[in-house]
Design a protein around this ligand. Structure first.
Ligand code: ADP
Length: 287
């Protein structure tokens, strides 16, 4: 159990309650659920502030250690259908930590330059530096999701990517990065509501993309692609977590807990001073 969670509304730690397993069925995910958590929106919102402050302390230690030669980092991979709340996750969870310590990257339709390279090329370039929290808003998994659903490359090409991704992630982990992969699920109805809101509100028009409606017709194909992704790339060293995301307050505290857990497991302490503290105190007093 993580620090500061005694008497917490988590009846099962988020890392257990949300971990994808061999029996996870994407079609059966209840996007309204709050697995492992007993509490309402008010409590969840309050908790996010508290845990956000703790997350920030942990992040500062990671950063400080990175400055002192520790090569480790953490990478949060966010995947989810349109409107699942990936952007809000970055603002409301990652927003708690010092932006200097965050290496953020989002992955859209590959640029002409990116298209000339292997699909992992752009991913590799965006990996977090030592001491950083990396955040991928979409990721290499698009290359087995949208690419698979739209047959952007032949099946014989995308079908080899699962193993390739596992191998790639193995190397990243061996190089000192803890990977936390988060699959955010909204229901088809909730997505409709969120898209409708984007249409109603001029301040949200910029988020609306007519192709989002076209993609809704492909929901079953996307579910199948998400299922295959979870089945084939849910490794011990880079596990998937399934985040029901109809309730934004829940998805945010859930991912906050997963990050806290990843950082706690690094067992970080403040790096020792590289100078003689007592001597420096004297020198400062005399200066
Ligand atoms: P968002 O919709 O997340 O706000 P963008 O508007 O930048 O972000 O677009 C993301 C779009 O890029 C999504 O429709 C996604 O499916 C698509 N995309 C991401 N990676 C790839 C890829 N490798 N090949 C094709 N399309 C991709």
């Amino acid at each position: 159990m993580s620090k500061d969670t005694e008497n917490s509304p988590w009846t099962i730690p988020a890392t257990e309650a949300l971990r994808a397993g061999p029996h996870t069925r994407v079609a059966d995910i209840d996007a309204d659920a709050t697995p492992g958590f007993e509490g309402d929106k008010e409590l969840g919102t309050r908790l996010l502030e508290e845990r956000g402050a703790y997350l920030s302390d942990l992040q500062e230690k990671l950063f400080a250690n990175g400055r002192s030669g520790d090569r480790r980092s953490v990478l949060l991979v966010l995947q989810g259908m349109d409107t699942a709340g990936k952007g809000g996750m970055v603002r409301h969870v990652i927003g708690h930590v010092d932006p200097q310590g965050v290496d953020h990257a989002s992955f859209g339709v590959p640029t002409p330059e990116e298209k000339q390279h292997h699909y992992l090329w752009r991913i590799n370039k965006a990996l977090p530096r030592a001491g950083q929290i990396g955040v991928f808003d979409r990721s290499h998994y698009e290359d087995v999701l949208v690419v698979r659903v739209h047959n952007l490359v032949p099946e014989k090409v995308w079908s080899t990517r699962y193993d390739e991704i596992n191998q790639f992630e193995r190397e990243i982990v061996d190089n000192g990065t803890t990977i936390v992969k988060v699959a955010m699920f909204v229901s088809l109805d909730e997505q409709k509501k969120r898209l409708a809101e984007r249409l109603e509100r001029p301040d949200k028009h910029w988020k609306y993309n007519p192709s989002d409606v076209t993609e809704r017709a492909l929901w079953p194909e996307y579910q199948e692609a998400y299922q295959a992704m979870l089945d084939k790339t849910n490794t011990d060293y880079a596990p998937w977590y399934v985040i029901p995301s109809n309730r934004k307050w829940f998805s945010r505290i859930a991912v906050g807990e997963l990050l806290i857990d990843a950082l706690e497991r690094l067992d970080l302490d403040w790096p020792a001073a590289q100078f003689d503290v007592e001597l420096e105190k004297k020198r400062l007093a005399q200066s």
